[in-house]
Ligand binder design. Sequence first.
Ligand SMILES: NC(=O)C1=CN([C@@H]2O[C@H](COP(=O)(O)OP(=O)(O)OC[C@H]3O[C@@H](n4cnc5c(N)ncnc54)[C@H](O)[C@@H]3O)[C@@H](O)[C@H]2O)[C@@H](O)CC1
Ligand SMILES: Nc1ncnc2c1ncn2[C@@H]1O[C@H](COP(=O)(O)OP(=O)(O)O)[C@@H](O)[C@H]1O
Ligand SMILES: [K+]
Length: 537
Amino acid sequence: MLVEILTPAQMAQADQLTIDSGVLGYQLMQSAGQAVANAAVDLLERRTGSGASGMVCILCGPGNNGGDGFVAAQLLEEEGWSVILGCSVGIDDLTGDALLAAEDWGDEIFSLSPRLWQDADLVIDALFGAGLSRPISGELADLIDELNLSGLPVLSVDLPSGVDGTSGLAGGACVKADQTVTFFRKKPAHLLYPGKAFCGDIFCVDIGIEEQVLDDTGHIAVENQPVLWIDSWPEALKPIADIDPLRLADHKFHRGHCLVLCGDATHSGAARLAARSALRAGAGLVTLAPPCDAASLVAAHVTAVMVEPVQDVASLGTVLAKRTYDVLVAGPALGKTQDRRALVYDALERDVALLLDADALSCLVDGIESGEADLSLLRESPAARSERLVLTPHEGEFARLFPDLSHRVREEKRLSKLDCAITAAQRSGAVLVLKGADTVIATPDGRAVVHSDGVPYLATAGSGDVLVGIIAGLMAQGVSALDACCAGVWLHSRAGRSFGPGLIAEDLPELLPSLYMDVAGYLSGGFHASDWTGGDD
Ligand SMILES: NC(=O)C1=CN([C@@H]2O[C@H](COP(=O)(O)OP(=O)(O)OC[C@H]3O[C@@H](n4cnc5c(N)ncnc54)[C@H](O)[C@@H]3O)[C@@H](O)[C@H]2O)[C@@H](O)CC1
Ligand SMILES: Nc1ncnc2c1ncn2[C@@H]1O[C@H](COP(=O)(O)OP(=O)(O)O)[C@@H](O)[C@H]1O
Ligand SMILES: [K+]
């Protein structure tokens, strides 16, 4: 099944639709508080041994997040745990369901102070959740800093207080939680950094909201899971017993041919990594295209990968006319000389699936008088028109192409990486892979997939070249651009995680075969990401 991600605004709509259908808001709050209390008991029992013999400190804020805290306080006390509760406002300042919850708590409400947790075994952070409207500052920020220094386990309700639910940005003080319990569906901040790093283990619990509300709320993105792309998994990467008998006699030309443009003699490693990765990802043939004076050096460093010199636009035309190529990759250490830049512009006019990475992305900005890429060249390319244009920028390349959506601007204006990636995909007409510890894959029609799996081992030279090669290899076999990007990012991340420390980019393509056996476990059902029409239509 799809795992949808809802913005706090969409979540508020889900709450409201449920309330409109006859469920009391206070009932939802009680379910949320119960889930928090359950999680707290698990954590307490792990810390204090079984039996209700520990103390919980609950920090409540002025809104419904605080309301969840009051409910949890009451339930934990009923179960025999010692509870001490502080609130950022007096009971007279509470309203609605939060006021009801505070009245039902009935016990003492202290002012917030570090003294509250001095004897505690666990702190529950119910200060702010979806309603955070600005970074936390002043006395509350000091309190959060002290809490983070206390070394006590912290359970956050819905979101770690201070983290912006929509963008995952952490502008002011933020609670550093060991565990976060959220409700119905995850929010962007549970997946996007830095927010995700503050959440600890995330548990998403059912509080009685019906799935059907999603038809009305829509969703901002989905999580990247094999169910999205497993149905388009190439035959050649399946275990022999799963291959369609009619495909057992396939030859290499059925598995597609990738052409990878290559840089000069001193910069050919990146393209060679991409080429090898495309082969490992199942492309039937892969050819590297270096400039003439680098051809013998490149040829000396490859074996199954072929070499066809491409000096200029004319020779690219000749090479493309000679054989059928299914996918063209341009970027890894391509260089930004006049010649190589001309190749990128020429490739944009050709009717072939096109993956632009690294230097090819920079070529779209470098040497342009206005300093701005002409995105209409991308949008109107045959590749984009046939939904076969892919861009794989890291944040630096993304900032050059889309300066108004850069990481810096996002932080300044508190914009979400998801919204910005979707906007960039719409402007460029490309399936866009905005790489990072939280990679966002976005499509021109407004869909987004998030792969959030901090694997710092992947932050190593050449790792992005491998990713673009994997995506190209999958597309060569007929996988759609979106499915190939999602599957490629998944495989890349898994490879990094399974290898662990010491990983270098050369290791990554060699890890793919063992991952294909893992993928085989998912082959029993699913649907294509490319068939998914998004949540808000
Ligand atoms: N019926 C519902 O809507 C449900 C809501 N639930 C809980 O309600 C939460 C959302 O509740 P609210 O919308 O009341 O929002 P919050 O409780 O997250 O916070 C809103 C309050 O905080 C204040 N505030 C925001 N940023 C601040 C800052 N930086 N410094 C000081 N004060 C600040 C606002 O003025 C407002 O009073 C969710 O996170 C979830 O925990 C759950 O109880 C489930 C049901
Ligand atoms: N901390 C991290 N967690 C997960 N993935 C990461 C992390 N850091 C980098 N990556 C991934 O590693 C790859 C690096 O790509 P890139 O920056 O283009 O490197 P290069 O240009 O050296 O090939 C991207 O796919 C990115 O998503
Ligand atoms: K919270």
